[in-house]
Design a binder for this molecule. Sequence first.
Ligand SMILES: [Fe+2]
Ligand SMILES: [Fe+2]
Length: 475
Amino acid sequence: MKTVSKKIISLLLAVTMLVTCIPFAFAQSVDNWNEYWETADAKAGIIMFNGESDSERNFSWYTESEATPEIRLSTEEDMQDYETFMGYSVETYDGRFANKVTVSDLDSGETYYYQCISGEFTSSVYSFETDGDESFTAMYVTDVHVSYSDTDSNCIRDTAYNFDFTIEKALKTNDDISLILSAGDQASEGLEDEYIGFSASPFVKSIPVATAIGNHDLKGVAYKTFSNMPNQSDSKPATYIGNDYYFVKNGVLFLIMDSNNANSTAHRNFVKNAVKENPDVNWKVMMFHHDLYGGRIEHRESENALHRMLWAPICDEFGIDLVLLGHSHYYTVSNVLYNNKTVSSFTNGGTVTDPNGTIYMVSGSLNRPRDDENPPLGENVAIDYLTADKIYNLIDFTEDTLTVKSYAIESDVCFSSFTIEKTSDNGGHPDKMPAFYNFIIRFIGTIYEYFNNMGIYSNLTDKGFKVNFFDIVNG
Ligand SMILES: [Fe+2]
Ligand SMILES: [Fe+2]
């Protein structure tokens, strides 16, 4: 009887949330999720990405038929006096239509309510908040791996639930999360249905999301129509499904890079321009998919070495404070590194003041955690944590401190934390990059990218996707 009552209360809470848009009262059990999964809103995969700044939001959702999409936006819960923002739609590879709308000129410290409309489809009313001051908390996860399976017809639904459940757990720790960072491999096969699963959670309709492109996202072509990113690079050559992009949120420059793309000349120019455009930020945070220093997978060390060669010089040159990574599925935090070497070390719970380099961090995979003891980690690792548990990380940003706390869901513990503190604008970042970092490395990376794209092209055509090689090269 107790269980039945609980179920009814939970379902009522869920329905209440959808009708009255209480953002975080969504007590989500598996049963509720499975019911919610069948709703039109879940099938539409509405997702809210960060816009160029906190005064913008970029939306994306799917419909079966084509129509000009719009978002109705209001500061009133009953949607009185709404403003309409029009967008456009693109036909997807699977024959759906991906709808894109940007809402702009948002006031800070405000709660907004919105509905997505496209032809016959009208969504429930959702809400989101804009930031009011310079302190905020971001949630960082990686390798969510929403997964299609030939043998389990519910695999996408169930792996999507794990993402929703993780966000819910994180919100119980801190109900003020205002950004979700996902460092790639959102989907295992790069399929549209997997991205709809990734976008199904009601939380990604109220908290803006930023995703990086993982190697698994590149197994299909659906990421290209799923995404709606601000300030996206148009550099060439680039991978087919996306490119680098950036946004600024309350004094933090987020540089989201495509590490499937080895064109480091373009990456460097992109970062240089973004840093030049935003000289007054407190923090520079980069996120991309491939691991650099995590180790534990021996056969990947050559891949890690390549990425170290391409990315570390860019992070050194532009004084990146923190780099968020994925791919290895092993949790590790590096020492403070410069020129690929440890320049200062710290331990779990420690504070680094004015670091003279960059900290690189990898979180574990949500749906595919690894806890097998593989070869030992390299000498550059400050903190590691081996677990089969799902991990989420909360990053608290203030003007002069950045604190990362990492949590394991089942054991419900904060197993790792560290703080970066700055006492001046530049912190301890060196003004000059070492002479070793010259254009030759970037030139080699750019040439390599042309060969890399041949591999991507054959991978996609082998799977039956009709893509043009020059589309891939041109991005
Ligand atoms: Fe992965
Ligand atoms: Fe990966």
